[in-house]
Design a binder for this molecule. Structure first.
Ligand SMILES: Nc1ncnc2c1ncn2[C@@H]1O[C@H](COP(=O)(O)OP(=O)(O)OP(=O)(O)O)[C@@H](O)[C@H]1O
Ligand SMILES: [Mg+2]
Length: 423
């Protein structure tokens, strides 16, 4: 019985398919390969890793640790978070307590009763800018000393790296670069040292590679071998819709399910789930059980692209803002709106944007080239055979057009029009 997914990561009876990917990742962990999991947003990266860890703990003879760095402000936060999450590995927790003996003194037997957040505050007090790397080394050595092999999943590392790199104006600074360099070197060194005992899986809602490239730190990612998580095939998405319709007692014919996939164009699991949820609500309101092709169209236009639907999609914008900053984001906004309203983006247009937003060396601002790199890498745009780019997802394209496309005139054209009017 497949349950609805909602917005957060899923596992167990909310997790569908991905058997091939789970098998591939399990094999990598058994081989001791470190993995950088890449995919466009909402593809189910976090869910895939969570489900993998769940299965490896249950049956695979592994110890598993899942660390989310989204809220970590600096290296010390990240190490405290790592420390607290190793609590899931009973066999080494005793050694972690020793590492943090100075701040845990006095807690005694009460440690079992402390909540994760209380304990985290304690551990955080034991890590600072001067000792985070030694503390981090000690935690990872303790993990490596476990009898069973350990899988260490680190989610949202790029968000932390981005935070370390940039100042309040979203510019990469020399100090920021040093901080990110230090943290990534530490991770790489540990990954190398404990290879075979700890295998690391990195993931995140923004890509690591374009960020490292922009900062000139790409070499740090070379101990990680990339694994690209693809969208569901139409067949898989249709089976998922069939499984959901069974659970919730609605009827979706093959034609209806195919029409959903065609609207989406790219079957990103979250979008498939969202579509089902909206269609289900719609049928409930209409007091019907069977959906028609008209229902699919109606729900797409009035729900998926509506204000409520936009809430679910707005986090695309906020992530782009985070990673591109206040100079890069307006460039992305232009490029994506242009691609959504025209249906594609050609070299000529890119050149016009490059002239309009000239790259300046050394000021830490992203260039048009970098923005395009991010948009391609993170799966917003794809290059086609004729050299033009377009949106990968039909839903995202329609949504972007609905949100930003009204009366859109590209910046370079509006400048020309102004000049024309002045003459
Ligand atoms: N294997 C799956 N089975 C069912 N639903 C899934 C699956 N993977 C993802 N989903 C759906 O997609 C949503 C997002 O999943 P998840 O948070 O894992 O994606 P993500 O790629 O980590 O997203 P982000 O880019 O925001 O980090 C889930 O809430 C769920 O609805
Ligand atoms: Mg995620």
């Amino acid at each position: 019985m497949l349950k609805k997914g909602g917005n957060n990561w899923v596992e167990g009876d909310r997790f569908f398919d991905r058997e091939i990917e789970l098998e591939a990742l399990e094999e990598r962990t058994r081989d001791g390969t470190h993995t950088l999991l890449t995919a466009q947003r909402r593809m189910g990266k976090t869910s895939l890793v969570r489900e993998l860890l769940r299965r490896l703990t249950e049956t695979g003879g592994f110890e598993t640790v899942f660390v989310d760095l989204e809220a970590a402000m600096d290296q010390a936060d990240a190490v405290a978070e790592l420390g607290i999450r190793t609590r899931s590995v009973r066999a080494v927790w005793g050694r972690i307590e020793t590492v943090f003996a100075n701040v845990l003194r006095g807690v005694g037997d009460r440690i079992e009763e402390l909540s994760v957040s209380e304990l985290k505050v304690k551990l955080r007090a034991g890590v600072d800018a001067g000792n985070w790397s030694q503390r981090g080394d000690a935690i990872l050595s303790a993990l490596a000393g476990s009898k069973r092999p350990v899988v260490l999943a680190i989610d949202e590392l790029p968000i932390l790296v981005n935070r370390l790199l940039k100042d309040d104006d979203d510019r990469i600074t020399p100090e920021g670069r040093r901080a990110a360099d230090g943290f990534l070197s530490w991770l790489r060194r540990n990954g190398q040292e404990h290879r075979g005992k700890i295998s690391i899986i990195l993931s995140g809602s923004v890509g690591l590679e374009p960020l490292l490239q922009q900062a000139g730190l790409s070499a740090h990612a070379n101990i990680f071998s990339a694994y690209d998580l693809k969208p569901w095939s139409e067949e898989t998405a249709m089976s998922c819709l069939a499984a959901l319709s069974d659970t919730y007692d609605v009827v979706l014919t093959v034609d209806v399910r195919r029409s959903i996939c065609q609207r989406l164009r790219c079957c990103i699991p979250h979008h498939v789930q969202m579509f089902f949820d909206r269609l289900h609500d719609h049928l409930r309101r209409e007091r019907r059980q069977e959906a028609t092709l008209n229902d699919v169209d109606w729900v797409y236009l009035h729900e998926m692209l509506s204000v409520r639907g936009q809430m679910d999609l707005q986090h695309y914008e906020s992530r782009l803002q985070t990673v591109l900053g206040r100079t890069g984001y307006p460039i992305a906004l232009e490029i994506l709106t242009q691609a959504a309203t025209r249906g594609d983006l050609d070299d000529d247009t890119v050149r016009q944007y490059e002239m309009h937003f000239p790259a300046r060396d050394g000021d830490g601002d992203p260039s048009v080239e970098h923005v395009l790199h991010v948009l391609h890498h993170d799966g917003y745009l794809e290059r086609r055979e004729d050299g033009t780019s377009r949106f990968v997802s039909g839903l995202l394209e329609d949504w972007w057009r609905a949100r930003h496309g009204r009366n859109f005139v590209p910046v370079f054209a509006s400048r020309q029009a102004d000049r024309g009017a002045d003459r």
